[in-house]
Design a binder for this molecule. Structure first.
Ligand code: GDP
Ligand code: MG
Length: 215
């Protein structure tokens, strides 16, 4: 979704967190939006999404980041979760090989349910546990390259690359939207007198807002 709203922010982007249970999605979210980390594993925090507003290329962008409530354990994420998402952070745990093996399944899930232009970043979380590493960084790099994803190793615990991961996704989304807007302007310039509707493709949808979100 990409709404232009006066004053508060220039753009609102929905980003979804996906990946196996226990890889650190909820802690990545709390680190990014509240600078908090929780060592205990609480499978359900109950927040549907949290937001943070930041600057991207001089624009005020509100990132609305959706977290699962543990449905990923049963592969029961509904299509509503993906609806309107323009970005996805696909997380695995560098200490659990299986969570990396499952990345391809998550990519299929995205292909089935999300917009085909969705910007995807692969995140190898728990990089602080290097001594327990079960996935080589190089292997993840190769997979990301093959699948056309951005890639970073992150640590929600140590706040490593969490900002960078979201900044990268948001910048990619912003650049796609700017390019589309520019192309639309050029189309108008080439056809004087004609009105145009800027099609930002699938970057629009209804915004569901809950009281639980921060900001
Ligand atoms: N060492 C370490 N543990 C983490 C990290 N991120 C999350 N965890 C722990 O991993 C467990 C699962 O995290 P959680 O955020 O609930 O994962 P989710 O099921 O993907 O939402 C919790 O015990 C967290 O404290 C990290 O970057 N490093
Ligand atoms: Mg969670």
């Amino acid at each position: 979704m990409a709404y232009k709203v006066d004053h508060e922010y220039d753009y609102l982007f929905k980003i979804v967190l996906i990946g196996d249970s226990g890889v650190g999605k909820s802690n990545i979210l709390s680190r990014f939006t509240r600078n908090e980390f929780c060592l205990e594993s609480k499978s359900t925090i109950g927040v549907e999404f949290a937001t943070r507003t930041l600057q991207v290329e001089g624009k005020t962008v509100k990132a609305q980041i959706w977290d699962t409530a543990g449905q990923e354990r049963y592969r029961a994420i509904t299509s509503a979760y993906y609806r309107g998402a323009v970005g996805a952070l696909l997380v695995y745990d560098i200490t659990k090989r299986q969570t990396f093996e499952n990345v391809l399944r998550w990519l299929h899930e995205l292909r089935d349910h999300a917009d085909s232009n969705i910007v995807i970043m692969l995140a190898g979380n728990k990089a602080d546990l290097n001594h327990l590493r079960a996935v080589l960084e190089q292997d993840a790099h190769l997979l990301a390259e093959k699948e056309g994803l951005s890639f970073l190793e992150t640590s929600a615990l140590e706040a490593l690359n969490i900002e960078k991961a979201f900044q990268t996704i948001l910048l990619d989304i912003y650049q796609i939207i700017s390019r589309k807007a520019l192309a639309a302007q050029e189309a108008v310039a080439g056809l004087p007198g004609q009105g145009t509707s800027i099609n930002v493709g699938d970057y629009s949808s209804n915004l569901s807002r809950r009281n639980c979100c921060s900001n």
